[in-house]
Design a binder for this molecule. Structure first.
Ligand code: ADP
Ligand code: MG
Length: 579
């Protein structure tokens, strides 16, 4: 038996653990299961190098809870630890086990690295447990199994023990605040959150329930039910019927909780549309089909795989918020890490797996990390490439999707000028004839009648009178009815100096003016109208100008200068924000 104090280098690790206590309480599940995965990966690597004979039984991780005992155990059949290794990797906390492993095998190991990205790792168990034990047996022949125990996270004891199988079992005796994790549904939920795509099969057992040994399972054919079914009594007695019955009653082979090969890890050429859709349903629980997706697959100059889906958005009812799940070697890290994923891409739904990410650094360091910026730029570029590619080669599809994807694209352009640069020629607008055209196409068609002016409609019903006049004059306007169109218009004006946008009711273009009125008639109307308006508006000295309209169906129209209106809208917006 050996006792000792844990050698805690640096300022002491427990303040850090305590800090974690206030945030992601459940993260210990990820840490302990990913350690099990690492233990298996190391063993697989050794067998690749011929240092270990591949075992007959499959690699697996077992999670068992007992709500009665208030315990959770994590068992793997990976590499295990010798006494020396427990001393080195567990007792000397600050020592990085992965580094030693790499150092030891650096000449033989493949490029794929095994590095604990998450820092605290094993010790996160003390976030939820008063007492933690380890039973472990190394893959190495002739090594004794080791039992390790630690009550308070600071002092440990260690002794030899009997353990039949290779691998490691970690038992957590949960503290009072953490009993929830011994609950079957809760622990499954956490496993689902962090471990859905971990590379080793994970099984769950509820230790409080009687365990059925598949060999002993009785086949309980209900004879009465069979003979009572008069119509097919003959058939039921036949051998086939009995077989089916037996088949139904056989206990199902237990299924792992996770998928060890997520779709993003496959080569895009090997994935079918159905697989992409299925994956989307499963991961995002969205039963509306996605519009389309982008499969990212890159090895150089950094490793990045993932799938980004463009969801079908119903702008009226859905909030425009997606989810991008970030993984590190199939281990879930977090949703929507804005340092890595450009903000506007958060409107999409997807998974990104980037093993090269330096995740053990703080968020603020991530923000200033050139490498992280490169990843973010790469993702943006890929999305722009996909969209522009679709515009060029599948314009019909692009137009079909446009109503759904345009808020996303416009938001992207507003947020990221590089994205604007890439996408500005591929933004299309519905015109009065219901056709999709680009801005240059619109300007070209209207260059004689309204050079550099772009008229737009924000409400097809309210502005129908103007729309009809425009149509009668052979003039066109763009339908821009979404909230994001207003800032987007401002952006377009900033970027195209000569282009100016006017709402369709902003001015009375010369095209609409009919025959000139006689001086007498003009004066008569002017006086009458001035009096009427001054009275109605309770204002004096209004400047009223009278013109006749070409369109005989329109008795009069109201216009409001573009700038005045924009100013009013802005003030209204700020006013409302201040309420
Ligand atoms: P990291 O995984 O980042 O190295 P951890 O604190 O999670 O840090 O684990 C420390 C070390 O303890 C690991 O590197 C490994 O050597 C050892 N270890 C932890 N869990 C296991 C396990 N289930 N099987 C074998 N070794 C383990
Ligand atoms: Mg670890």
């Amino acid at each position: 038996m050996k006792n000792g104090n844990l050698s805690i280098n640096s300022e002491n690790i427990f303040p850090v653990i305590k800090k974690w206590l206030y945030s992601d309480h459940d993260i210990f599940v990820r840490e302990l299961i990913s350690n099990g995965c690492d233990a298996v990966t190391k063993l697989k690597k050794l067998s690749l190098m011929g240092e270990f004979d591949e075992p007959d039984e499959p690699y697996r991780i077992d999670v068992t809870t007992s709500a009665n005992d208030k315990t959770i155990t994590f068992t793997d059949n990976g590499i295990g630890m010798t006494e020396e290794e427990v001393e080195k990797y567990i007792n000397q906390i600050a020592f990085s086990g992965a580094e030693a492993f790499l150092e030891q095998y650096k000449d033989k190991a493949t490029e794929e690295q095994i590095i604990g990205h998450f820092g605290l790792g094993f010790y996160s168990a003390f976030m939820v447990a008063d007492k933690v034990t380890i039973e472990t047996k190394s893959y190495k022949d002739g090594e004794d199994a080791v039992y390790w125990e630690c009550e308070d996270g600071l002092e440990y004891s260690m002794k030899k023990c009997i353990k039949a199988d290779r691998g490691t079992t970690i038992t957590l005796y949960l503290n009072e605040d953490s009993y929830e994790f011994a609950n079957e549904y809760r622990i499954k939920e956490v496993i689902d959150k962090y471990c859905s795509f971990m590379p080793v099969e994970i099984y769950y057992t509820n230790a409080d329930e009687p365990q059925e040994d598949p060999k002993d399972a009785t086949v309980d054919v209900d004879a009465k039910e069979v003979s009572d079914t008069a119509d097919n009594a003959e058939d039921s007695k036949g051998p086939d019927a009995d077989d089916t019955k037996t088949e139904e009653k056989k206990p199902e082979a237990p299924k792992p909780l996770n998928t060890t090969t997520p779709l993003w890890a496959k080569h895009p050429n090997d994935c079918t549309d159905e697989e992409y859709k299925e994956f989307y349903r499963k991961v995002f629980h969205d039963y509306k089909e996605p519009l389309f997706w982008i499969h990212l697959n890159m090895d150089y100059p950094f490793n990045l795989k993932g799938i980004l889906y463009f969801p079908k958005i119903n702008t009226q009812y859905d909030n425009l918020e997606g989810t991008i799940k970030l993984y590190n070697n199939q281990v879930f890290v977090a949703d929507n890490i804005k340092e890595v994923i450009p903000e506007f891409l958060m409107l999409l739904k997807g998974c990104i797996d980037c093993p090269d990410l330096p995740l053990n650094v703080s968020r603020s360091a991530l923000q200033n990390d050139g490498f992280v910026k490169k990843i973010s730029d790469y993702i943006t570029k890929k999305v722009a490439d996909k969209l522009s590619g679709m515009y060029k080669t599948h314009r019909e599809d692009y137009e079909k999707y446009w109503d759904d994807i345009n808020p996303f694209i416009k938001f992207g352009c507003l947020k990221d000028l590089k994205f604007l640069d890439k996408m500005k020629d591929f933004c299309i607008y519905k015109n009065l004839a219901g056709k999709y055209i680009t801005l240059p196409e619109y300007l070209e068609a209207g260059k004689e009648k309204y050079e550099n002016k772009v008229f737009y409609v924000t409400d097809e019903q309210a502005q129908s009178q103007y729309i009809n006049m425009f149509k009668a004059e052979g003039m066109d306007a763009l339908i821009m009815t979404q909230t994001i169109d207003s800032p987007f218009i401002t952006l377009l004006e900033q970027k195209n100096e000569n282009v100016h946008f006017y709402r369709i009711d902003a001015e009375l273009s010369d095209n609409f003016v009919g025959e000139e009125l006689s001086e007498e008639t003009a004066k008569e109307y002017k006086d009458k109208l001035t009096a009427t308006f001054e009275k109605a508006l309770d204002m004096k000295n209004l400047n009223v100008k009278v013109e006749s309209l070409k369109d005989e169906n329109t008795s009069s129209i109201l216009t409001q200068p573009e700038e005045t209106r924009r100013m009013q809208e802005m003030m209204k917006m700020y006013g409302m924000a201040g309420m």
